[in-house]
Structures are given as C-alpha cells and as structure tokens.
Design a protein around this ligand. Structure first.
Ligand SMILES: [Zn+2]
Length: 121
C-alpha cells in the first residue's frame, strides 16, 4: 500500500524531528498533498494513525490538504492553476490558455510537510 509506506516514512521523520527538538509529544501535523500524487488523503490519515502508534505522534491530529496542480506552459509562457480533476488526466496535461501540451509541472506532484506542533518536556 502506497499510503502506508509514505506514512511510515513520515512518522519516522517526525519521530526524529521531535527528538531533536526535545518534544514530549507531537500534537498537530499539517501536510499538503499534490493532486497529481494519487495519494488519497483519507487513506493517508488512516495510515498515519496506524504508523504513529507508540511514537511521539501517537495522539497527534493530522491535517491533510489537497494542493492544486500548477503548470507552466512552454509555448505561451504562462502559468495556470488547474481547477478540475478532469483536466489532470495524467498523460494529457494541456495549457488551458493555448491548448499546448508542452507544459512543465510546477506544483502538485509532491507531498509536503508544512508544519508540526508539539509540546516540549
Ligand atoms: Zn499555453
């Protein structure tokens, strides 16, 4: 399961971060997930709950936000934010302005850990 291995990696990282920062426990974790990642936020949250058992983040809340896809067109040079999922059929991303398929993806392909809140000892 894709989400579970991501969750395990993230929890490992949080555990390390928490120890470095001298945290007693982690309360809130904010994550952004790009719409091109194929990560299901509900699956991810569920996986995080499982993976965090017995760690500093065991009682943490996980806030997962979807992040829109942002492209930059190589033909007309303009950037666009893609609004609907239908426009993001993975192999045919086109510029909404000129229709060119020569586009670079600036945002939406990644999972980002935005913020972590915890309590110090
Ligand atoms: Zn264009």
């Amino acid at each position: 399961m894709h989400e579970l291995s991501l969750a395990t990696n993230l929890i490992d990282y949080l555990e390390k971060l928490g120890k470095e920062q001298g945290l007693n426990r982690i309360n809130e974790v904010f994550i952004e997930v790009g719409e091109l990642t194929h990560i299901d936020p509900r699956q991810l949250r569920f996986s995080l709950k499982i993976a965090s058992e017995g760690t500093l983040a065991a009682q943490s809340k996980f806030f997962i936000k979807r992040k829109k896809v942002v492209i930059k067109c190589k033909k007309c040079g303009k950037g666009s934010q893609l609004r609907t999922k239908e426009m993001i059929a993975q192999y045919s991303i086109t510029c909404p302005l000129c229709g060119s398929s020569e586009v670079g993806i600036d945002q939406g392909r990644e999972m980002v850990l935005k913020r972590v809140r915890g309590i110090k000892k």
